[in-house]
Design a protein around this ligand. Structure first.
Ligand SMILES: [Zn+2]
Length: 418
């Protein structure tokens, strides 16, 4: 065992809800040295010289690893977008202005802060309006700003003229794809996101939403480059043809989803491609009027079709088994606020038959695996960040997932946040 540093804390007297073994360990102790967990188990204090360390009694609370939202957009506030932003040209013009960077930075800072306060200690943000998201990530990591840990794809890579222009960099062929991917890697992104198909917002025709966009050749070239740099590639994908292209391109995970057939599900399992169904996004659109969502009639029709297909695909994936399922809510899009990943967890259980433990697992260890960070995140184990949330003894989140909306306290890297 390493020598104890001066900032070592012993947390004791808590019930650990462990998403790895899917069991509850009672009467636990956890030794945190600096930002990381040194050891966790029963009777640690007996085996360690703990005279000079801080001891914190967690008073028989339930403890979960900090939640992870694996698909959000930090630069979106969750409010309906003003109509003038429908113009890609205007958006591009505004994005180049210095004042815009400032506004977006502050929006992202606020959103990363509210995510952390809600118990989401890590977010993966996939496509933002400005690359200053990387600056915010670094400032949070160095303790200058307070917020959830950020893993960022910077901007998504899309076929020119396609879905989500404001959050994407456009390409038309392999050469441009490689150039943009290399540019993002040089900027220091944590992963890449490609737009394999069209999306709901911005679609001008029925069925444009799930239409395949980037080719296998382009996506494969981007994946090969990213993988050489140790980065994963995730794909916005809302149709089966697009999913087949992803499978053949080396994509690591599929965002949103489609009505996957057996052949596709076999491939997802074989190639270990994870799926992130973003149910909360469909729920938000489905539960509000068009006036509230700001969707056009065509966008709404597409949205309903895509949501239905995602549900069918997810049900099939669950009964197929062997496919890693992540929890991301697309927070930042209109009507999906940051810090509400509990909604996604709830939906995974309620409508798809997962147990409470299984759906919590999606938002913890599964998400950490999807990001390739299971060595540091997703559970409370030695060597990982001491990111955790606690619930009073009478508020067991396994009995009522609603409690996840409001943990009694939040700790990040062993530090009490609230
Ligand atoms: Zn998204």
């Amino acid at each position: 065992m390493e020598p104890l540093s001066s900032n070592t804390i012993l947390f004791y007297n808590f019930n650990y809800i462990d998403p790895v073994s899917c069991s509850i360990h009672s009467d636990m102790e956890m030794l945190v040295s600096g930002e990381k967990i040194q050891s966790i188990g029963k009777n640690i204090s007996k085996a360690t010289k703990t005279t000079n360390i801080i001891k914190i009694d967690l008073e028989n609370q339930w403890v979960l690893p900090g939640l992870i939202d694996v698909h959000c957009h930090l630069s979106g506030s969750g409010k309906k977008l003003p109509k003038f932003l429908d113009s890609d040209k205007l958006v591009r013009f505004i994005q180049k202005r210095k004042f815009f960077e400032k506004i977006i930075y502050n929006t992202m800072k606020k959103n990363a802060f509210s995510a952390l306060m809600s118990g989401t200690t890590t977010v993966r943000t996939l496509g933002d309006a400005h690359l200053c998201v990387l600056k915010l990530r670094d400032k949070i990591n160095s303790g200058i700003e307070i917020g959830a840990r950020i893993f960022s794809g910077g901007k998504a890579i899309a076929l020119k003229g396609c879905h989500g222009a404001a959050l994407c960099l456009d390409i038309t062929n392999i050469e441009e794809g490689l150039e943009i991917a290399q540019f993002l890697i040089n900027q220091g992104v944590d992963c890449l996101k490609v737009m394999a198909t069209g999306g709901v917002t911005g679609a001008k025709a029925i069925d444009e939403a799930g239409r395949p966009e980037l080719s296998i050749e382009v996506m494969k070239a981007i994946c090969d480059l990213a993988h050489q740099h140790g980065l994963k590639v995730t794909a916005h994908c809302e149709g089966t043809e697009g999913a087949w292209r992803c499978v053949q391109s080396g994509i690591d995970s599929l965002e949103h989803g489609a009505d996957y057939d057996e052949g596709l599900l076999d491939k997802l399992e074989e190639l270990k491609i994870a799926i992130i169904p973003t149910l909360a996004a469909g729920f938000a659109y489905g539960g509000h009027s068009r006036k509230e969502t700001g969707l056009s009639e065509i966008e709404l029709i597409n949205e309903k079709r895509i949501s239905k297909n995602i549900e069918v695909g997810l049900k099939r994936a669950i009964s197929h088994g062997g496919i890693l399922i992540g929890a991301g809510d697309d927070a930042g899009i209109p009507l999906v606020l940051h810090g509400k990943i509990a909604q996604e967890i709830k939906m995974l259980k309620k409508e798809f038959g997962l147990t409470s433990m299984e759906s919590i697992r999606c938002a913890t260890i599964n998400n950490a695996k999807i990001m390739g960070r299971e060595d540091k995140l997703g559970s409370l184990d030695p060597g990982k960040y001491a990111d955790f949330i606690t619930f009073n003894p009478e508020r067991n989140p396994l009995e009522k997932l609603e409690f996840l909306f409001n943990p009694d306290s939040v700790y990040k890297a062993g530090k009490y946040i609230r």
